[in-house]
Design a protein around this ligand. Structure first.
Ligand SMILES: Nc1nc2c(ncn2[C@@H]2O[C@H](COP(=O)(O)OP(=O)(O)OP(=O)(O)O)[C@@H](O)[C@H]2O)c(=O)[nH]1
Ligand SMILES: [Mg+2]
Length: 395
């Protein structure tokens, strides 16, 4: 495996407490690990992580019924398998949504600071970001209070802070309209594949949207996607009065019904496929650099005049000193120095350049092999799952 392919893909969820992060992960586990999506599976990468990832699968049924939030940050180390091939390693972070709020607190404890740093670092270094927007709150509220409830007032400024870091590479942003099954979402917001709800999300997360638009020229990807961990018609959402403050909503899975997640596969596979496409770009850049270097070396080679070869004496000598069979080479150098001087050095220097060129050409070949493997795997995924389906406002 090359260095480029070895680098893990990092996927981050950005969403406040209650936005549905853990439920998303739990559905991921249900459909890709406990089951499979047309032969595509997701597995934990090591034993140490295995328990964590399997527990989150079990969390699904009770998380959706009880209001238990996450209390610690976990980075799940996972791998994606397509049929029997491991395509790539990727990491996925889950954390206490309150971390995003705490970032803006003036006085933080040492533990809070550490937790904030870990989450921030991860998000800054991610290849794909999923912004989670609670559809129920997005649909039922207006104005400033809405932005506070769905966390846009915290998440928007974060993207101003992170843009510099993220700009160094290609990024994929998806705004996920979570809980899209809920009967508490206004009917008109569900029409035409949630287009009016998607507009509301664009308004609220305007900084995220503007940031993505600024980088269209850098091949960034953006889209909005309604998702559900439960499935349309499978939950009942009740309004609960929160000490006279704003309304909160609690969804319950209907009795004797199994959750039927929707678009969770699209969200994760779209992120991974985009990240893999960026890797292909990286390989192509790398190959361009190697090609340029080969051209330079070839030109240099063509300019060697054998009889003026003593000009290259220092290259040849340092090369021979470095090579494994030092003793014989050294003897040979001194012997040839006397006998052939310029002729020897010129000829030897040509050989050294040829060897270098051959190594670079091999590297290009290996890179092309990786590109081919990634391209074929992407095609396989696209044949199994229609990734663009249900994406709104994608570019
Ligand atoms: N109707 C419906 N409700 C959902 C769905 N996903 C999550 N919920 C509800 O949202 C609540 C909170 O979801 P979590 O996944 O725990 O949210 P979180 O972002 O992990 O929250 P923290 O861990 O506190 O940061 C759940 O208890 C469910 O009631 C969904 O797809 N449909
Ligand atoms: Mg959680």
């Amino acid at each position: 495996m090359s260095d480029i392919l070895k680098k893990d893909i990092n996927i981050a969820m950005v969403g406040i407490s209650g936005s549905g992060k853990s439920s998303f992960l739990s559905s991921l586990n249900q459909i890709f690990t406990l089951s499979s999506v047309n032969g595509i599976t997701i597995l934990p990468r090591n034993d140490e992580n295995q328990n964590d990832f399997f527990t989150i699968g079990k969390l699904s049924s009770f998380s959706i019924n009880d209001d238990i939030g996450t209390d610690r940050t976990t980075i799940y180390k996972l791998k994606l398998k397509v049929d029997s091939d491991i395509l790539c390693n990727f990491n996925f972070i889950d954390y206490r949504g309150g971390v995003l709020v705490d970032m803006f607190k003036p006085n933080k404890s040492k533990e809070e600071k550490q937790e904030i740093e870990k989450t921030k670092e991860y998000i800054k270094n991610s290849d794909a970001i999923l912004v989670l927007a609670d559809s129920i709150l997005l649909s039922n509220n207006t104005g400033m209070s809405k932005n506070k409830l769905i966390g846009a007032d915290k998440i928007n400024p974060l993207f101003n802070i992170f843009e510099d870091n993220l700009s160094k590479k290609q990024m994929s942003f998806l705004i996920l309209l979570t809980k899209s099954d809920s009967d508490a979402i206004l009917k008109e917001d569900k029409l035409n594949n949630y287009s009016s709800l998607a507009n509301k999300a664009l308004e609220s997360f305007n900084v995220v949207y503007e940031c993505a638009k600024r980088h269209v020229k850098d091949n960034w990807n953006f889209g909005i996607l309604p998702i559900t961990c439960i499935g349309e018609g499978n939950s009942i959402t009740n309004e609960v009065q929160n000490n006279g403050k704003e309304k909160i909503y609690v969804s319950k899975l209907k009795e004797n019904i199994d959750p039927a997640p929707k678009n969770i596969d699209i969200a994760i596979l779209s992120s991974i496929v985009n990240a893999l496409r960026y890797k292909i770009e990286e390989y192509k850049d790398e190959n361009d650099k190697l090609d340029k270097y080969i051209k330079e070396l070839t030109e240099e080679k063509d300019n060697i005049k054998i009889l003026n070869g003593s000009k290259y004496k220092h290259y040849v000598e340092s090369y021979l000193n470095k090579s494994s069979n030092k003793k014989t080479n050294k003897n040979q150098v001194s012997k040839n120095k006397i006998n052939m001087s310029g002729f020897f050095y010129g000829k030897k220097y040509k050989e050294i350049l040829d060897e270098k060129i051959e190594i670079l050409q091999k590297e290009i070949k290996l890179n092309n092999k990786d590109i081919k493997f990634i391209e074929e795997s992407i095609d396989k995924i696209l044949n199994k799952v229609d990734i663009d389906k249900n994406l709104i406002f994608s570019f």
